[in-house]
Unconditional design. Structure first.
Lengths: 494, 465
């Protein structure tokens, strides 16, 4: 598999769950009546049953597609030894945004590198608005580019839109990894994301907790963040990368700065952030040195002095005047990427009241900014990146059709690593599943090879899905989709 | 600058086991008796804390499990499951939903702001206050330090008529009489809920809570008994023109309420005759005709108007209209008539979460009442058994006044901090400046239409995905 530009994509390698019992939607039960005829093993297209030493077992419960099965084993079994029912555990998982079906389908993509073929809703969640009420619309008459090979449909994205001497950076998928700091997630998680980004020809971001040496091999694929706490920001870290991101605000806690609870400030984290072990760390809000566009420009100049060819990205949240903020950062000059982080985005820890109520969802912010930048005549000089609740390839396609050029992800990567959205990342030793933690014992629940491959698989599945969508839309490049709102319908306005 | 207002909270244990969303079921049949059972490896020690031999079968719904699913996913015989707790979803109703009830319990227990990891898990928007978002400022605003201590964000508000201007004489002293106002340190008043297994101790506890917070509790006159003798200064009795005698109003009461009546002028005169300095608030039901009623009161010199919505945060006479719209309507009416600053607008009716306080104020209220949350703080499950004369599952009437007061202080302490978070993000340092700031809020109806209204065209033969 290679892109139009000759980039060689990695192969999918099937990567199973780290846990003995992956959770699926259905459960298959076999009674003692089973005569081990092997009929089920033979007919199940999903490999749920296996035969070993003359006995037949249910080995992959989680792959069963239940009621959507075209030729179910429980009907074919000659002695009626099989039954299939919904797994009650499945119904305890998930929430409105990340439904149990979206979790399970993301796990499927991370294992197989493809979308689940049946049994799971992998396109939308259940939040009742925004992405979950938008649908892509395909015109029956449009030519569908059926016979064009995947690799000839271009989903890459050029990040530098200005003719200056800064780095030219193309990402091979219109997605890169959003900032997750060392401290909020483990080094294993960070390196897994970075390695996956490098393999996929895209980028990953350090977040605001410093730049661990383990990321050295991936420097060309890293963005480093300069946030209000300036944790771990050094000349050397700015010089290591091609893109520097100013984080003004984060969607999940807009206007509130960052907060790392004392428990998570382990000796490693403290060293990296030049702080004291066990004491909570606050990133103030806002930048105490930035109260105007001019002040911001001064910051950009400072980065340019240290690393003249760097691209500069500005990560902002979504206030009522997000359009003005975007255009203001354009006029501060020099930088190219405006990164909008919507209010329903992820976080390691934030007050619930902020996550739910403050600032606007990304689905509103993107069209507003896109239109305004167009009116100002500067849209094609900037790259607009959207984040904050992008869960699926369909969300990617929708937000691009609303006016973004590409997206940043965070939670989706963690779900690929088997996050269950339990929301306990912030408490005590951190994530019990070893993803968002700095606890050494818990971090060992995962290794980098496994983590990187899971993320690679998920994005390969996303890429396939995006290509399939573009093909159906009759588009040869994802650039054609930007701002094409006529490719969307909203169920409430139909 | 006034000295900084702080609400001192400390953990106050529950009296009953809280109801949780799901529980763990572990079967014993088929158990391999592994050397290190997955139950031993729970990082939250859920099984050990239960104090039972972890190898035994248990079927228990409890709230210790933190939902990491590790035991479920690692037991070699798949003997451990999680399942939903039917009792959880049976609690409350569409407005007082189970997650809201559980959150109120938690805040009353800990006194802390709910903080969690991962992004917002809830619906995109919802009815009433859930259909609006508050603003943030990207750069110019008080700093994060303001929330954590150094800079001051004031939540104090005035009740009564604030003077339009002050006059000074030649020697720079104030000329004329300045109307007095009541200053409360946060824009929250308590209000006795309309049902509940409420005893004299419960009421005493609420009054003690109001005192510790520096606010008032509104309650019917007939609920005031001898136990409340020295609490008069923190009560806001509702005086029914017929039925209660004005003489029974506690001597030290600063503020009372009367229900709306066409003859309000006479009633107010009678009261002022006995208590010349008392503040009088008039309750208007949030219903048809409220704008005109509010306007006539404001024009008639009434300085405090209490707009009373339903327990479900809706209009009293129309379940489809929300408190948020009622407040906006009355506020705008008073603004249009150029009389808004002459009155304090109080609003009540089913405010259930801290953000509702901020949002009600943004919609135009000066101060809000909190009603059922002060009952839920006492572990109420909103089962409404008490309304049918049945026993209360959490025996609220038996709780001591001290426990009641501390639980309420914890809850309001957590809400106060959340109000400051919202104000901090908006860059507003004074709660009085939050009032009516609809320009600093985003409303679902406007936003959704602006973004998506044009996306409704579906031609014949199109496929949706
Ligand atoms: S119902 Fe279908 S998918 Fe499920 S185990 Fe049987 S044959 Fe396989
Ligand atoms: S603690 Fe829970 S929500 Fe957070 S990363 Fe881990 S599994 Fe996901
Ligand atoms: S699911 Fe996790 S928190 Fe709950 S009992 Fe099992 S191991 Fe403990
Ligand atoms: S728990 Fe039930 S019975 Fe007790 S006060 Fe609340 S609604 Fe009434």
């Amino acid at each position: 598999m290679s892109s139009q530009n000759g980039f060689q994509f990695p192969e999918t390698v099937r990567t199973r769950s780290r846990f003995r019992n992956p959770i699926g939607k259905f459960r298959v039960n076999r009674t003692d009546d089973c005569i081990a005829c092997g009929k089920c093993v033979e007919i199940c297209p999903y490999g749920v049953h296996v035969e070993r030493r003359g006995q037949v077992f249910v080995e992959n419960n989680y792959l069963c597609v239940g009621t959507e099965c075209p030729e179910p084993c429980y009907k074919a079994c000659p002695v009626q030894a099989l039954s299939v029912r919904r797994n009650p555990v499945f119904d305890t998982l998930g929430d409105f945004r990340w439904t149990n079906e979206l979790l399970a389908s993301t796990w499927y993509m991370a294992e197989f590198g493809e979308s689940p073929s049946a049994g799971l809703e992998y396109k939308v969640g259940n939040s009742g608005g925004g992405f979950d009420k938008l649908r892509l619309i395909f015109n029956g008459n449009r030519s569908r580019l059926e016979d064009i090979p995947d690799d000839d449909i271009d989903v890459s994205l050029e990040l530098n839109r200005r003719d200056d001497n800064a780095y030219r950076i193309r990402i091979e998928v219109p997605v890169y990894g959003g900032g997750m700091s060392y401290g909020s997630v483990s080094v294993t998680t960070m390196v897994s994301r970075a390695r996956a980004a490098a393999a996929l020809g895209t980028l990953s971001c350090t977040g605001e907790g410093g730049y661990p040496d383990e990321l050295k091999p991936y420097d060309d694929h890293m963005i480093t963040q300069v946030a209000t706490g300036l944790f771990g920001v050094k000349e050397e870290t700015i010089q290591r990368v091609k893109i520097v991101e100013f984080k003004y605000a984060q969607g999940a806690k807009p206007g509130l700065g960052g907060h790392l609870l004392g428990d998570k400030v382990t000796p490693g984290v403290a060293r990296m952030r030049e702080a004291v072990v066990g004491y909570p760390l606050f990133s103030p809000f806002p930048f105490h040195s930035v109260y105007s566009v001019e002040d911001h420009k001064k910051h950009v100049d400072w980065i340019k002095a240290i690393n003249p060819k760097a691209l500069v990205s500005v990560k902002v949240s979504t206030p009522t005047d997000v359009d003005m903020v975007a255009v203001g950062s354009y006029y501060a000059g020099a930088h190219i990427i405006i990164h909008l982080d919507g209010s329903y985005g992820g976080t390691g820890a934030a007050p619930d009241i902020a996550k739910k109520n403050i600032a606007m969802p990304i689905e509103y912010a993107v069209p507003k900014v896109h239109r305004f930048l167009q009116e100002e005549g500067v849209r094609d000089k900037m790259t607009v990146i959207a984040s904050g609740g992008i869960r699926t390839p369909h969300d990617v396609a929708k937000i691009i059709a609303l006016g973004a050029d590409g997206v940043c992800t965070g939670t989706a990567d963690l779900v690929a690593l088997e996050c269950v959205r339990c929301q306990n990342c912030e408490s005590g030793r951190g994530c019990a599943r070893g993803i968002a933690t700095t606890d050494t014992e818990l971090s060992e629940l995962m290794n980098i090879e496994w983590g990187a491959q899971r993320i690679i698989n998920m994005y390969l599945a996303w890429r396939k899905e995006l290509i399939r969508i573009l093909r159906k839309l009759g588009m040869k490049s994802i650039k054609e989709l930007v701002g094409r709102t006529e490719c969307l319908v909203h169920l409430d306005y139909m | 600058m006034p000295s900084k207002y702080m609400i001192h909270t400390k953990p106050v244990p529950n009296r009953f086991e809280p109801v949780s969303r799901s529980g763990i079921i572990a079967w014993e049949e088929g158990c391999l008796k592994c050397a290190v059972c997955v139950k031993k490896r729970c990082i939250y020690d859920v099984y050990d804390k239960r104090g039972i031999d972890s190898r035994h079968m248990i079927e228990s719904i409890d709230n210790l499990c933190m939902n990491c699913y590790r035991c479920v996913q690692n037991c070699p015989k798949e003997l451990i499951h999680k399942s939903l707790n039917p009792e959880f979803n049976a609690m409350g109703d569409s407005h007082w939903s189970p997650p809201i009830i559980v959150r109120l319990w938690k805040q009353s227990q800990t006194g802390k702001i709910p903080v969690s990891g991962a992004g917002y898990p809830g619906p995109f928007s919802g009815p009433g206050f859930d259909s609006m978002w508050t603003d943030m400022s990207e750069i110019v605003r008080p700093t994060r330090d303001g929330i954590h201590g150094r800079e001051y964000i004031s939540t104090a508000v005035d009740i009564g008529k604030t003077p339009e201007h002050l006059m000074f004489n030649h020697s720079d002293t104030l000329e004329g009489e300045v109307p007095s106002i009541i200053d409360i340190p946060l824009p929250i008043l308590l209000k006795m809920p309309s049902f509940g297994t409420i005893s004299s101790n419960t009421i005493k506890g609420w009054a003690m809570g109001a005192r510790r917070l520096g606010t008032f509790i509104a309650l019917p006159m007939e609920k005031i008994d001898s136990a409340l003798e020295d609490m008069g200064g923190w009560l806001m009795p509702l005086v029914l023109p017929k039925g209660t005698s004005i003489g029974n109003i506690p001597k030290n009461a600063k503020i009372i309420e009367i229900p709306w009546t066409e003859e309000w002028q006479g009633v107010v005169e009678d009261i002022k005759g006995c208590f010349p300095n008392i503040f009088v608030s008039i309750r208007i039901p949030m219903a048809e005709g409220m704008d005109e009623k509010a306007l006539s009161l404001a024009r008639g010199g009434i300085s405090i108007i209490h707009l009373e919505g339903s327990l479900m945060s809706r209009f009293m006479d129309d379940n489809t209209r929300n408190l948020k719209d009622g407040i906006r309507s009355v506020h705008m009416k008073l603004v249009e008539e150029n009389i808004r600053d002459g009155v304090t607008l109080l609003a009540s009716g089913g405010l259930a979460m801290a953000e509702h306080v901020a949002k009600a104020i943004i919609c135009g209220a000066d101060t809000v009442f909190v009603d059922f949350p002060i009952l839920i703080a006492l572990e109420c499950r909103m089962c409404r058994r008490c309304t049918k004369g049945l026993s209360c599952p959490v025996e609220i009437d038996t709780a001591s006044p001290n426990w009641v007061a501390s639980r309420v202080v914890n809850l309001i302490g957590a809400w106060h901090n959340q109000l400051i978070e919202v104000m901090g993000a908006m860059g507003i340092r004074d709660a009085r400046r939050l009032r009516g700031e609809v320009g600093r809020a985003m409303f679902f109806d406007d936003m959704d239409r602006a973004a998506f209204e044009s996306m409704g065209q579906v031609e014949e033969g199109c496929e949706l995905e």
